[in-house]
Design a protein around this ligand. Structure first.
Ligand code: ADP
Length: 154
């Protein structure tokens, strides 16, 4: 069985993330969305809230699981028996950051391969940080989220 981890903060999960998950499902039997967090750095949404938002967003896609994790992504991959890490690329800036992480991960775990998927033409400008900024300032973010997924009020 081909298993991939799609790791990220997902604070919150957007249509851009959803698009990457849909593309990944064409390649893998199982895609585990790993919600990475550490205890010092609190997100805008709690890990439990982020997991719940993602579960609602991917409801009905067979083969997708959502799990929160702390620590190294490669260690999480080993625990869930994934041989692939998926990351989305929106820009050259993303690429430079991602290249370094992917190469460090490859040094630590040569058996795990990172794959980059370019963002869809409609979603490349969407980021969780912009969504958070809009929320903090009282705006509506409905158009950036998977349809029908309500965000917890803050
Ligand atoms: P992180 O803090 O680990 O970068 P994010 O939740 O911001 O976590 O992103 C998780 C992954 O999703 C990253 O690979 C990022 O490049 C990708 N991603 C985020 N937004 C988009 C988007 N609009 N289109 C494609 N990929 C995206």
């Amino acid at each position: 069985m081909k298993i991939a981890v799609f790791p990220g903060s997902f604070d919150p999960f957007t249509l851009g993330h959803y698009d990457i998950v849909k593309s990944s499902m064409k390649l893998f039997d199982k895609v585990i969305i790993g919600v990475g967090h550490n205890y010092e750095k609190r997100g805008y949404f709690s890990v439990e809230e982020r997991v719940a938002i993602i579960e609602r967003s991917v409801e009905g896609i067979v083969g997708v699981e959502v799990i929160g994790f702390t620590g190294l992504t490669v260690e999480f991959c080993k625990r869930v028996e994934a041989s692939f890490i998926i990351r989305g690329l929106r820009s050259t800036t993303d690429f430079e950051l991602e290249r370094v992480i992917a190469q460090a991960n490859l040094k630590m775990a040569p058996e795990i391969t990172t794959l980059f998927i370019p963002s869809g033409p409609l979603y490349g400008y969407i980021s969780s940080s912009v969504v958070r900024d809009i929320l903090i300032n009282g705006g509506s973010v409905e158009q950036f989220m998977v349809a029908g997924v309500d965000l917890p009020k803050k």
